[in-house]
Design a protein around this ligand. Structure first.
Ligand code: APR
Length: 313
């Protein structure tokens, strides 16, 4: 049986564990810094085994030795933003937390493919890659699948069609300047540019950009976790089953799209080796500009983190 370890047994982590167990393709280990939390959640989920027919297992631990032999490690550890906390505070805090987590992953699961989820996503991917020294194929971020699934839903609702037939692509960083691409978004092969007016598309694109924020506004405390957890399970499945799906992931670019040395969301082939290939599209001038603007925000945040790290050293 394949093995997936999830670091951070909070809302996103525990739910991703549940969804992965439901897929019946891997044993799952939950790790958290809080004593009892991963054990308690894993125990609760496993009590449903006779009802849900789980043959695979879910266990919890505070000890990283439990992640050894993992095929995939998912990192969701970190603090959510609290009132009065700036984005920079969140960046520094989560980068420090995940830096520590990445050290443990490097020590105990040196062959794993790491899926990073903690926000600010693209910068945290950079921290994990830098700390583990893993090749870019094995450190990727989850954002595009989530942003695309939101876009898909909004399109299906607008058109009154089955959402299974809607395929959407969202590129760029996981922030307000993400880049939904209507030209590469279709319903049963028909581009949405033929099915919806420009105004409607722009409205759905805007809603996709703010989809996460809309949920934070409603929840008041904490952020989305069901759709993020589903997106994690989708990516992990593609890797565990080696099914070579093309999914949008945050990937470290080495010249693709004219970008180098930065994590940004692009379509890529996912298989047993992780991010096996970045798929390069012939973007229009405007699409490419939007992608570069989004990547520029990530580069700025990375510089901010490097400065904070340098100041603390
Ligand atoms: N090691 C392990 N776990 C940790 C550590 C650490 N050093 N620090 C914090 N954690 C754990 C917390 O104890 C908590 O259980 O990370 C978990 C985070 O869970 P939640 O607070 O419920 O946050 P969640 O909603 O799951 O979001 C986690 O994913 O989508 C992103 O923006 C989101 O960055 C956030 C992350």
């Amino acid at each position: 049986m394949k093995k997936v370890s999830i670091i951070g047994a909070g809302h996103v982590g525990a739910t991703a564990g549940l969804y992965l167990l439901e897929k019946k393709i891997a044993d799952v280990v939950l790790i958290d810094i809080v004593e009892g939390l991963p054990q308690g959640k894993a125990m609760d989920i496993s009590h449903a085994a006779p009802l849900r027919n789980y043959l695979n297992t879910i266990t919890g631990s505070n000890d990283y030795a439990a992640i050894s032999g993992s095929d995939v490690v998912v990192i969701t550890a970190g603090l959510p933003r609290k009132p009065g906390m700036s984005r920079a505070d969140l960046l520094t805090t989560n980068a420090r937390i995940v830096g520590g987590v990445a050290e443990q992953v490097k020590a105990y699961a040196p062959d794993a493919v790491v899926i990073v989820v903690t926000n600010p996503l693209d910068v945290i991917c950079h921290v994990v890659r830098e700390t583990t020294g893993f090749p870019r194929e094995r450190v990727i971020g989850m954002a595009g699948v989530l942003d695309s699934t939101r876009f898909r839903l909004f399109i299906a609702e607008e058109l009154g069609v089955h959402l299974r037939d809607v395929v959407a692509l969202v590129m760029g960083g996981h922030g307000d300047d993400m880049v939904p691409l209507p030209r590469y978004t279709s319903v049963s092969g028909i581009s949405i540019t033929e099915l919806l007016s420009q105004n409607t598309i722009e409205r759905l694109v805007a809603r996709t950009r703010t989809g996460g924020g809309e949920i934070v506004g409603l929840l008041k405390e904490g952020s989305a976790f069901y759709a993020p957890a589903s997106s994690i399970a989708e990516m992990a499945e593609a890797i565990l089953l080696n099914i070579k799906r093309i999914l949008p992931v945050s990937a470290y670019l080495e010249g693709e799209y004219g970008l180098k040395g930065v994590y940004v969301g692009v379509p890529a082939i996912l298989g047993e080796n992780g991010m096996e290939r970045v798929v390069e599209l012939a973007l229009t001038y405007d699409e490419r500009n939007a992608l570069h603007t989004s990547a520029g925000s990530v580069t700025k945040s990375i510089a901010q983190w490097e400065a904070a790290k340098g100041a603390a050293a």
